[in-house]
Design a protein around this ligand. Sequence first.
Ligand SMILES: [Fe+2]
Ligand SMILES: [Fe+2]
Length: 433
Amino acid sequence: MGNPDRYYVERMTALGESTEVLASEDIRSSMGLKLLKEGARIDRRVLHRLLQHKLLRPIDYSVLVENAVNRDTLIAEGLTLMGDGSEVSLLLNLSRPQSFVRQCFARTVLNIAMQNKLTVAYRQRPELFAHSLRVALVARVIGEQLRLDAEELDVLATAGLFHDIGELHCDPAIFAPSGPMDAEQHRHIRTHPVTGYLIVKEMQNYQPLISRAVFEHHERLDGSGYPKGVHDRELSRPGKILSLVEFAVGLAQKNTLDDLHTALKLSAGKFDRDAVGALTALLRARQHRGAMRSDSREVRNTLGTLNRILSDWPKVGKNGSSASEEAARTFIAANVDILQRSLVRAGLPPDGAPEGLDLFGDDPTVFQEIDSVLREALYQIRQTIRETALRWPEFLPTAAAAPPAGLSAWLTETERRLTAPPAGAGISSAEPS
Ligand SMILES: [Fe+2]
Ligand SMILES: [Fe+2]
């Protein structure tokens, strides 16, 4: 996928096409060669020269961007997001007044390099910038609900704001809306917590808990996250809170708060219990209900799909006895087991037949809730398949391979069932029965 700094230097020079970006010092290569002198304009014309060499210092330290993002920008954009009517704004408005935004960012420290980086995000990835602000705000709310001290609240807000800056160093092609990412792109995007961690760690202004939380924001307590796949006791408290909030905000950006509530019920063991408790209490307090969009036939189809996937899993035989096959089987079995327990807790039989839904009559509210549980269950299976594909790619059938059997067959068939239209983070209907 290439040199990550290359993509960032490209972004900075592209920004220089629409905004004044000037070298604040002589820009030198790591060998000491002067590439640009202080005051030079940074735009597309100097891109080639900058990419020919490894830079002595990251470019953020050597440039000044006109109208760079500062604390006032954070507050103004935060207020806009609180009033935008989105699901996350509903969540925030439930518990906090508008003045909360100012309070959240009042003590946020932005050095010039970080201002530059946030400005690149603000101008070139506005949806990422907005997402980061939302994560910062919600993380602070959860921290306050947990009665953390002022210092830890600042850690949460700052880490929330910075958590995805590593994405600015990823190949922009990944974010172009051109269909699902392939395995290589998935591997590439999974570097962003590490890149973000290294960037923040280098900056003296930020205490180690901030960079550590950035590193941990996609980890899960049960070890199913990334980049390291570590467990509960190895994670920091801000990291655990950020992981939950990042998940919650990401989900609420594409779904309803009802869906989020359901997803939390089905994610036991993945997130910090106290933080989930605080978020769930906020969700319970709301009056908002998502739009009714489930009809009983759709729900029956979805339940049928889930039923087939789960009932096929115990039939998977052992093809060979390689260590990697054993590890992959154990990983999937653990995830299936957790999911089945969650389904029981949510009031559904773990492998219930669609006919069981007759008990509920035609109550649209009940079907809405069941639909939400089922779509989340299928989403979790999709995540398990994706994770398996990344950790043990040898079980992915290739075009040239013989018809898949055993574990590969289950993976292939499940993938097919999950991608039956319409697909997406929330699957609302699936294959015909
Ligand atoms: Fe994120
Ligand atoms: Fe992320």
